[in-house]
Write a protein that binds this ligand. Structure first.
Ligand code: FAD
Ligand code: NAP
Length: 312
């Protein structure tokens, strides 16, 4: 039986693996369906991870050394899609797609979240080359430039406000004329001089060339197609939380989740089930940043260590 199974090899899972294996747990296995690294490997540049400040390094370059460091301290990686985590008496069973179930004393779930795509033409082609889902990460690349933003929820309008402090102008494109975001946030955005709201509008296409995006086409309320000559478009149309592995056969979650599907944890990343921890973007109120996911992973692994010591 494993001391600890970690599901998902993004910043949270890799950091949990480092702390768990270096902290003395035996048989720590990271189940990751692809190459470890997580969402950040889609990023063209990372500038906000303290201590890592190398221009031109991609998210992929950034994550390279993380796995090397983990494997050095004994973390094992199985390239497997996890189907489900089940409680079985005092321990857990991890059901994997490609093989026999694996038993573990503790489990740390770090399957992250996936920003939703809006579905307009060019969105996938230019993702990471002008189409972004992270203003904190990529806003700075558009300092003093005009950008467009899609969405009308809290995330979209809060990020529009964030971008308005960096960019010369932010065009917020929203498909309705009322907003899902909190009224106070809508008011603040409306009072911000360099934010222009384009409502009842839908993006038809993002255009560009080998250098990246250079324009966003949208249909306005009259049905006329218009072009904004912007180098960047931020898409905030919600997130899918990757919580599927925590669903039981009856479709109910094995631990508490909130109304957005995010897992409820305490400050030690403990879920409502003893021995089951969650870290990173999957948890409630996650700031959705690499540094925070890594911090969560470390906290969860320390929790798993204490749990096993208490059981011994
Ligand atoms: P993730 O990174 O989402 O990793 C989850 C992992 O779990 C994935 O590797 C996935 O393959 C795996 N997985 C999921 N389900 C299963 C399963 N069933 N079985 C096995 N494996 C599974 N943050 C910053 O701080 N700075 C930035 O500059 C920045 N830029 C970004 C740019 C882009 C384009 C994107 C998309 C995000 C960016 N972020 C940035 C946000 C940051 O990447 C995330 O907050 C962070 O990666 C979350 O880490 P995580 O480990 O919780 O989850
Ligand atoms: P959200 O509330 O689901 O909003 C998504 C927005 O994207 C909506 O305006 C929606 O339009 C639009 N949209 C969805 N699909 C689209 C598509 N294909 N094309 C164009 N537009 C599309 O998501 P969120 O803003 O990320 O918020 C998620 C949850 O977190 C919410 O409960 C929110 O309140 C919460 N949150 C809270 C805070 C805070 O309290 N400060 C901050 C951030 C998030 P419609 O409105 O027309 O559906």
């Amino acid at each position: 039986m494993l001391d600890c199974a970690i599901i998902g090899g993004g910043p949270a899972g890799l950091t949990a693996g480092l702390y768990a294996s270096r902290g003395g747990l035996k048989d720590v296995v990271l189940f990751e369906r692809g190459m470890p690294g997580g969402q950040i490997t889609q990023s063209s540049e990372i500038e906000n991870y303290p201590g890592f400040f190398e221009h031109g390094k991609t998210g992929m370059d950034f994550m390279d050394s993380w796995q090397e460091q983990c494997f050095h301290f004994g973390l094992k990686h199985q390239m497997e899609e996890v189907k489900a985590v089940r409680r079985a008496g005092e321990h857990f069973v991890v059901e994997i797609a490609g093989g026999a179930p694996v038993e573990a004393k503790t489990v740390i779930v770090c399957t992250g979240s996936t920003p939703k795509r809006a579905g307009f033409k060019g969105e996938d082609e230019f993702f990471g080359k002008g189409v972004s889902t992270c203003a904190t990460c990529d806003g700075f690349f558009y300092k003093n430039k005009e950008v467009a933003l899609l969405g009308g929820g809290d995330t979209a309008l809060e990020e529009a406000f964030y971008l308005s402090n960096i960019c010369s102008k932010v065009y917020v494109i929203h498909r309705r004329d009322t907003f899902r975001a909190a009224p106070s946030t809508v008011d603040r955005v409306k009072r911000t001089a360099n934010i222009e709201l384009i409502t009842d509008a839908s993006i038809t296409e993002v255009v560009g060339d080998a250098m990246g995006v250079n324009g966003v086409k949208y249909k306005d309320k009259t049905g006329e197609e218009k072009l904004l000559g912007v180098p960047g478009i931020f898409v905030f149309v919600g997130h899918n939380v990757n919580n599927g592995v925590l669903k039981d056969t009856d479709g109910k979650f094995i631990c508490d989740v909130n109304e957005n599907g995010q897992v409820v944890v305490d400050l030690r990343m403990r879920t409502s089930v003893e021995g089951l921890f969650v870290a990173g973007d999957l948890r409630m109120e996650a700031p959705k940043q690499v540094v925070c996911a890594a911090g969560d992973g470390a906290v969860a692994a320390l929790g798993a260590l204490s749990f096993i010591q208490e059981q011994a």
